[in-house]
Write a protein that binds this ligand. Structure first.
Ligand SMILES: [Zn+2]
Ligand SMILES: [Zn+2]
Length: 239
């Protein structure tokens, strides 16, 4: 079980089914100390509402709420759909390739798009599920860029749990992260509440690769908080 889970969706994402408070109350019941709610960026038709970003302040005592957004590629040059007017309220910016991006363009195109996005958008903190079956990515090239930018590569439990990645593919990603010495984050990517905080599908893979714990940014609440705060100026300064 994760003590800090930095990727979850409410029904403000088209793919989510729970309210913010349902997720936070479940986090509290599970003993999770911090939860990032990271609904999709506007290109996936999510509801991006000012009261969540502007007015909701840690509504469930004992669970630190991080406000995030899982952004999408707006083009293949690395532009992302991060609304600048909300950036000042964001603690975390995630980027993943989602169905608004054309399929079948090949590994080099998707790898370059993510590398360009990291270079062009210092607000990005996490690259989500690069082991997606639909959009192949060169793990070592991506991880090397992530390392230089201090960006964390996501090890996404749901992908393995739901069969959208495989243990073999996830192991190749973990191995690339270890070889390039980039940071990683282990997340549930919760859409349905039973997924919250779960890491049991990827934890054994990290252990089998002897992945160094000190490269896991959400290994404990204090480390996660320090890492997030060390990068927050990249959001606050966006105009
Ligand atoms: Zn995603
Ligand atoms: Zn997600």
């Amino acid at each position: 079980m994760l003590s800090v889970d930095l990727h979850s969706h409410t029904f403000f994402s088209n793919c989510g089914i729970h309210t913010h408070l349902e997720l936070l109350n479940q986090a509290k019941a599970l003993g999770i100390k911090a939860l990032a709610i990271t609904d999709h960026g506007p290109l996936l038709d999510s509801r991006i509402t000012p009261p969540f970003f502007d007015r909701l302040k840690d509504p469930v005592p004992g669970v630190r709420l991080y406000k995030g957004m899982e952004c999408n590629l707006a083009d293949l040059d690395g532009t992302i759909d991060l609304p600048k007017n909300f950036a000042k309220h964001l603690d975390l910016v995630l980027l993943g390739i989602h169905p608004n991006t054309e399929e079948g363009l090949g590994e080099d195109v998707y790898t370059r798009a993510l590398i360009n996005a990291i270079s062009k958008n210092p607000a990005i903190d996490i690259i989500t599920h690069p082991d997606s079956g639909t959009y192949s990515v060169n793990f070592e090239r991506l991880c090397e860029t992530a390392r230089l930018a201090g960006v964390a590569i996501e090890i996404n439990n749901s992908r393995v749990m739901l069969g959208r990645s495989t243990a073999e593919k996830m192991t190749r990603l973990i191995s690339a992260c270890k070889k390039t010495e980039c940071l990683i984050v282990v997340n549930s990517d919760t859409h349905a509440i039973g997924e919250l905080g779960r890491d049991e599908d990827v934890r054994p893979l990290l252990e089998a690769e002897s992945f160094p714990t000190d490269k896991i940014v959400n290994r404990d609440p204090e480390t996660a908080e320090a890492w997030i705060q060390s990068r927050i100026h990249n959001k606050r300064n966006l105009r």
